[in-house]
Design a protein around this ligand. Structure first.
Ligand code: UD1
Length: 417
């Protein structure tokens, strides 16, 4: 499973390039199935979740080649519409293959997806939307069979702005008859990136990034090359590392406008932030201030994926920070691990109260999901002594060369496989 051994208490500094966005690259790669023509996707990060996606593409019969950060996918001669269970269970985002396969072949055979254990994570909204588009769903032996020769444009109102469901509706509607309208769509930058990729193939999607998205069905899609946007959560992770170690760090190839609500928290706790169009410099004080109350919300609110990172920052800040997790119901497991390191955090249902302590102490801790793993590693950077973080395979799902990047800016982290 692997672990990190972190020597805490070192200052960080210098500059770092931020990886391409995992949560954009995954649906864009899945979308190449719907396109049916050769596509080249640049700035794909090197991650185990990307590897799993490429395995699914290969299992479907696509030709896939990877060269550094560029992945070419030709789904022209794809023959399958059945995703093997073991690949489907590797990650939650495999569910977006559903919409892509329906557009391409009119059929998809899948089981329930896997992913980090941060709550129940149902897929009812995806199925509700597919039925609205005229897709018939049947379940046999735990596998779901979805069929529809051609989806029919429909007006779909989501009861919650689910990122994955919005992506799936877009993908399933690319060649629908008429227009599909998504009301209460997710507004995350990754939705905009997916729509821009698809529009570069000839799709007609408008309103992405707003609450109402329109997809006008087209007859054909065309080959394209596309560069994935920067990863906003990875950017925030490195900013957190700088913040808790009182460091000065320059991030390059970052999109500061995607992380506005998080930047506000960094400023509240005393960090100085200077941004330009694709760079961000953070200068942290010796000791952070608490951040008041933080509530995770759908975009453009505070992202749930940064909640564990903010908790690490709040752990050693002066005063009390209250964190309210509104998106996932089981996303505070890192609190107990931070308490092992001397933090003072109490959790009551979806509220965590973090009383800042003077210092964290190195300890043996365990990651239970991807972002928790990153947050515990960052905690290890500012802790006194040595910290070991177990289960780092979670971190490898979402961070490219994580410890190498941190070591490059001054950390001392050893990977034990
Ligand atoms: C995506 C991101 C993930 C992020 C999350 C919220 C990817 C690959 N992952 O996950 O990193 O934490 O958005 O920003 O892009 N829900 C239902 N029924 C559904 C679908 C969702 O009840 O059919 C609920 C979920 O359980 C959760 C909430 O809606 O409580 C948000 O989920 P959703 O936006 O769908 O997240 P994901 O697309 O899974």
């Amino acid at each position: 499973m692997g672990r990190f051994i972190i020597e805490g208490g070192r200052k960080l500094g210098g500059r770092l390039r931020v990886q391409g966005a995992k949560n954009s690259a995954l649906p864009i790669l899945a979308a190449t199935v719907a396109v049916g023509r050769p596509c080249v996707i640049h700035n794909c990060p090197s991650l185990t979740d990307i590897n799993s996606t490429l395995e699914i593409l290969k299992a479907l019969g696509c030709e896939v080649h990877r060269s550094g950060g560029s992945v070419s996918v030709d789904s022209g001669r794809m023959i399958m519409n059945d995703i093997p269970d073991e690949l489907m269970r590797e990650m939650r985002s495999s569910i977006v293959f559903l919409g892509a396969l329906l557009t391409r072949t009119g059929e998809a055979h899948i089981c329930a997806p896997g992913g980090c254990d941060i709550g129940m994570r149902p897929i009812d909204l995806h199925f509700f939307a597919m039925e609205k588009l005229g897709v018939s769903l049947t379940e046999e032996y735990g596998r779901i069979c979805c069929k529809c020769a051609k989806t029919k444009g429909a007006k779909i109102t989501l009861s919650f702005p689910s990122v994955g469901a919005t992506e799936n509706i877009i993908l399933a509607s690319l060649r629908c008859s008429g227009v599909t309208t998504i009301i209460n769509a997710a507004r995350e930058p990754e939705i905009v990136d997916l729509a821009m990729f698809l529009n570069s193939c000839g799709a007609r999607i408008s309103g992405a990034g707003e609450s109402t998205v329109y997809i006008e069905g087209v007859e054909r899609l065309y080959p394209t090359q596309y560069t994935v946007m920067p990863d906003r959560i990875a950017a925030c992770t490195f900013m957190t590392a700088a913040a808790v170690t009182g460091s000065d760090l320059l991030l390059e190839e970052v999109a500061p406008n995607h992380i506005a609500p998080v930047l506000q928290c960094f400023e509240t706790c005393g960090c100085k932030i200077v941004t330009s169009s694709n760079r961000l410099r953070i200068t942290a004080p010796d000791r952070l201030n608490s951040m008041g109350t933080i509530r995770t919300m759908p975009y453009p609110g505070f992202p749930t994926d940064c909640q564990s990172l903010i908790m690490t920052m709040a752990s050693t800040a002066v005063g009390t920070t209250v964190i309210c997790e509104n998106i996932f119901e089981n996303r505070f497991r890192h609190a107990a691990e931070l308490n092992r390191m001397g933090a003072d955090i109490s959790v009551h249902d979806k509220i965590a109260v973090v009383n800042g302590v003077d210092r964290l102490q190195g300890a043996a801790v365990c990651a239970h999901d991807l972002r928790a793993g990153a947050a515990l590693t960052v905690a290890g950077l500012c802790a006194q002594g040595c910290t070991t973080v177990d289960n780092i395979h979670f971190i490898d799902r979402g961070y490219e060369f994580f410890e190498k990047n941190l070591n490059y800016i001054g950390a001392k982290i050893k990977r034990i496989d």
